[in-house]
Design a protein around this ligand. Structure first.
Ligand code: IPE
Ligand code: IPE
Ligand code: MG
Length: 243
């Protein structure tokens, strides 16, 4: 059994760079997305082996609908097939899958696929895999505020947090973005307030276990202060207790 240094409890990843990976090989962009699914499978396994409790990945953003129609429909196809194919193994591996995002205007078949994957893995406890699909951080904050307003509840940071789409998990400790861009592109805007950010130049299909370990090592080299000063970090603090 391999031994790994302790991993952050919640890792979140912007899986970027599939299109460029394909372009470099003179392949259609969809070939990059297919390879991206392979990379995700490897990453899920690696995170589970390293004791990560929650892995959240950005699969399709609210803004990605505006890509060329053939890429959008191809991506839907790749995702739907991947969900159907991977669920039995995820169920066997103890992974609980959640889809996070706006389902209101999704095709009925897609909604059924997402619900089926969630139901089939609902009993699992080894690791939570949140797949952000038709997701945007702005959508999440707005839908959370709308829920509170509809119930006539006061909007506070705490109440809003409980209405967000990721209220079932702790906030991410480490947010990784592959593909070389240093931006969030509407990912986990609320939840990343105190996450450590790590940017990798590797394109997502090339992001492997070794790269994951480099990101985790970088995380361990950081000092998370949550607004405090270094000297306070060894002491008991309500700020740290909430983190
Ligand atoms: C990320 O890869 C996957 C999705 C956005 C669905 P891209 O498709 O954005 O790849 P690049 O950034 O064009 O290389
Ligand atoms: C973010 O990547 C979305 C996903 C990885 C699903 P994009 O490729 O859409 O982001 P931009 O356009 O470079 O900001
Ligand atoms: Mg991109």
């Amino acid at each position: 059994m391999a031994h790994f240094p302790p991993a952050p409890a919640h890792i979140a990843i912007v899986m970027d760079g599939n299109g460029r990976w394909a372009k470099r090989r003179y392949l259609p962009r969809l070939a990059g997305h297919r390879q991206g699914v392979e990379s995700l499978r490897r990453c899920v396994k690696a995170c589970a082996e390293r004791g990560v409790s929650v892995l959240t990945v950005f699969a399709f953003s609210s803004e990605n609908w505006s890509r060329p129609a053939d890429e959008v429909s191809g991506l839907m196809d790749v995702l739907a097939r991947a969900i159907g194919r991977e669920v039995p193994q995820l169920a066997r591996d103890g992974i609980r899958v959640h889809f996070v995002g706006d389902r209101t205007n999704l095709a009925a078949g897609m909604c059924e696929g997402l619900a089926h994957a969630e139901a089939e893995t609902a009993h699992n406890t080894r690791m939570v895999l949140n797949v952000c699909f038709n997701y945007g951080g702005r959508w999440d904050i707005a839908q959370a505020a709308a829920q509170l307003a509809a119930r006539g509840e006061a909007i506070t940071p705490e109440s809003l947090h409980t209405a967000t789409a990721l209220a079932h998990v702790r906030d991410p400790d480490l947010v990784i973005r592959t593909g070389g861009e240093m931006r969030l592109s509407n990912f986990l805007l609320w939840q990343s307030a105190y996450a450590e950010l790590y940017f990798s130049d590797k394109l997502w299909p090339d992001f492997d276990e070794a790269e994951l370990d480099v990101a985790i090592a970088a995380y361990h080299g950081r000092e998370r202060r949550f607004g405090l000063i270094s000297e306070q970090l060894d002491q008991e603090s309500p700020v740290l207790a909430r983190a």
